[in-house]
Write a protein that binds this ligand. Structure first.
Ligand code: HEC
Length: 613
């Protein structure tokens, strides 16, 4: 029996009549009522971002209480007492684990295992595998080819204890792999065996990749990362000590999802928010968050500049049908890691939709900001008039949904900067399935446009495309109904376009392999993908990881990550949906995370390492 099935059985359990009336059962019963009244509207149905109750059940009581008091649900639970938080946790949790976090009990490296990080040049030091976000790896150490890729074998599995998502893409320095968990634990793992060298505890979930800072010799010296509560951290790699930490945004729903980037000793931090979820509550005064890019001094964490995507602060703006005050303009969060153009000394990123009206010209846009002072150099809006929030998911729309709402055509994938051709271009892919080449010398003017997928709230293009400088590889999810491009066929899979004119070179459309599934399942690719010269790696919502021939799109190898594992650190290990972060390839190894309890997708908690023999 899988852990997932156990979860389902246990739900059934709670509705059986209680035989003995002990404190635990009284708490569970009170919790069940509280759940129906305060939580079920989102978690047992109508908001796609919310993990299903079966997923919540995999969390420990401590993890649930922490989520309600200081985590993502603090807004939803602040009307409830501490005792009620405990009652909810008693009802929801079906996990027998007691620790929220990993007090490392098993899987530690032997004392003598050398920490090869100091004086070593980082191999994969950020999310986009370079400042241009090409997600392309052709390092000298690369051994994986189209011929030998079928020989890849699972070499070790690491389980994030008590987690239902695994989404911090690995970062590689020498023989060490850095990653992070849903409960905010930073792990330094031996990349050959998966044993734990050291851990560090952040205050909240870390969803993005860790970024390596280097010293004057180009050797790895620091680790930078951000947590769910919009705080950025700097660690010394040698001592593993905290050098500084800084909160970059005070809005109560602010978060950091896109990985920060570093250039010339400055950090660039993209700020997004979960206020679209709060909007589901008709009493919530929606909305006041504005996206921003923040530049910090990498030595001290001091802010150098901060530029909002929307210049003015949100103001009261009428009442909803139930008398709640509306606020606007709001939104235009930044979900993407910034792309750094060292020649023009600007950075580029994509923005999300407006949450409310009035709309701004900077939503669903590609923006260029000056590295020095954060001044906006240009904005190219790719979809105008897109006011959308969590009250607009399914009809009948909630009172906080704007009267005319847009399609939610965010950018989740960063722009790719290509500087190897005759002319520099920016390649961008949108959740609507639209893909563009933009001119960085001409205010982002459109050079070509190609509609690659039908688009969906989870993409179209969701988290990241890849390019070798000649071909653009576009992952398409096309999972659910979407108001834009309704007439188009769905095209889940991978597509290769010529970057000169956008013409298709090949398209590999994947068939549904899910059968009857209780999860949001499909063959679509929402997670970022990664290219090497000969092989392209991509993971799908149904947990299938595939290798494709970059020349033809032919499938070369596949591995179904949706299964249970024996993890090196002894914790329960199970795979599920692959979403958000993408594969990492180095030497003769391939790394991928599996499990993503969000949007009704299948939970899981593993980092998988494959290796050529
Ligand atoms: C307005 C809709 C909404 C309501 C009401 C709501 N939630 Fe949530 N909840 C969400 C969404 C959306 C997420 C996912 C947030 C994210 O991770 O981005 C979430 C996440 C969570 C998580 C974290 C899951 C994880 O995998 O880390 C827990 C636990 C949770 N909710 C419990 C509750 C409880 C208990 C209640 C009732 C008091 C509640 N929620 C009410 C929408 C809601």
């Amino acid at each position: 029996m899988t852990y997932k099935m156990l979860g389902i059985l246990l739900i059934g359990f709670y509705f059986l009549p209680a035989c003995t009336e002990n404190e635990e059962e009284i708490a569970k019963r009170a919790g069940a009522e509280l759940y129906q009244a305060n939580c079920a509207a989102c978690h047992s149905g109508s908001i796609s971002e919310a993990p299903k109750l079966v997923s919540l059940k995999l969390l420990s009581k401590e993890a649930i209480v922490a989520t309600l008091r200081t985590g993502v649900m603090r807004n939803q639970a602040d009307r409830l007492s501490k005792e009620q938080h405990e009652q909810l946790a008693a009802f929801i949790s079906a996990s027998d684990e007691t620790e929220i976090r990993n007090d490392v009990v098993a899987g530690k490296c032997a004392e003598e295992s050398s920490i090869e990080t100091a004086d070593v040049t980082p191999i994969i030091s950020n999310w986009g595998m370079g400042l241009q976000n090409k997600r392309y790896y052709d390092g000298d150490d690369l051994q994986i080819t189209a011929e030998n890729v079928p020989q890849l074998k699972l070499s070790w599995t690491f389980a994030f204890p008590n987690a239902t998502r695994a989404r911090a893409q690995p970062t590689i320095v020498g023989n060490t792999l850095y990653t992070a968990s849903q409960h905010g634990t930073i792990y330094a793992l031996d990349r050959k065996t998966g044993c734990i060298r050291w851990t560090f505890q952040a205050d909240a979930e870390v969803r993005s990749a860790l970024v390596v800072g280097t010293n004057e010799n180009g050797a790895a010296s620091r680790l930078y990362f951000s947590d769910f509560a919009a705080t950025v951290y700097a660690l010394d790699l040698k001592t593993t000590e905290l050098l500084w930490k800084r909160k970059v945004e005070d809005h109560h729903m602010a978060t950091i999802t896109g990985t920060l980037n570093i250039f010339e000793n400055r950090l660039y931090v993209p700020v997004s928010s979960l206020e679209i979820i709060s909007a589901f509550d008709e009493n919530y005064e929606c909305c006041t968050f504005r996206g921003s890019m923040v530049s910090l001094n990498a030595d001290t964490g001091e802010q150098i500049w901060k530029t909002y995507t929307i210049a003015e602060e949100a103001k009261p703006n009428g009442k909803t049908s139930v008398g709640t005050t509306r606020f606007g303009p709001s939104g235009a969060p930044i979900w993407t890691t910034p792309t750094i153009d060292t020649k023009r000394r600007v950075l580029y990123f994509g923005t999300g939709e407006n949450y409310t009206r009035p709309v701004s010209k900077t939503s669903d846009a590609i923006m260029a900001m000056n590295l020095e002072d954060g001044k906006i150099v240009w904005t190219q809006q790719m979809y105008a008039d897109d006011a959308w929030n969590g009250a607009c998911v399914y009809p009948p729309y909630g009172p906080n949904c704007p009267e005319y709402h847009g399609p939610d055509a965010d950018f989740g994938a960063p722009p790719i900067l290509i500087t190897s051709g005759e002319k520099d271009i920016l390649l961008v892919g949108q959740k609507s399935g639209d893909v563009y080449a933009l001119d960085p010398d001409n205010k982002g003017e459109i050079i070509w446009h190609e509609l690659v997928g039908r688009g969906a709230i989870m993409g179209g293009v969701h988290w990241g495309m890849a390019s070798d400088g000649k071909t653009l590889y576009v992952p398409i999810n096309d999972q659910n109904d979407y108001t834009l491009h309704k007439e188009q066929p769905i095209q889940p899979g991978v597509h290769a376009l010529n970057i000169v004119d956008g013409k298709r070179i090949w398209s590999t459309i994947e068939e549904n392999r899910c059968g009857e599934s209780e999860w949001e399942c499909g063959p679509g690719i929402s997670a970022a993908i990664t290219a090497t010269p000969a092989v392209l790696f991509a993971g799908a919502l149904d947990g299938m990881l595939k290798a494709y021939d970059t020349k033809t799109g032919k499938e070369l190898w596949s591995y179904d990550t949706d299964r249970d594992y024996d993890a090196v650190n002894g914790a329960k290990a199970f795979g599920g949906t692959i979403d958000s972060d993408g594969p990492v390839v180095v030497g003769n190894q391939l790394f991928i995370t599996s499990g993503y309890a969000k949007f009704g997708e299948q939970p899981g908690n593993v980092l998988l390492a494959f290796e050529l023999p």
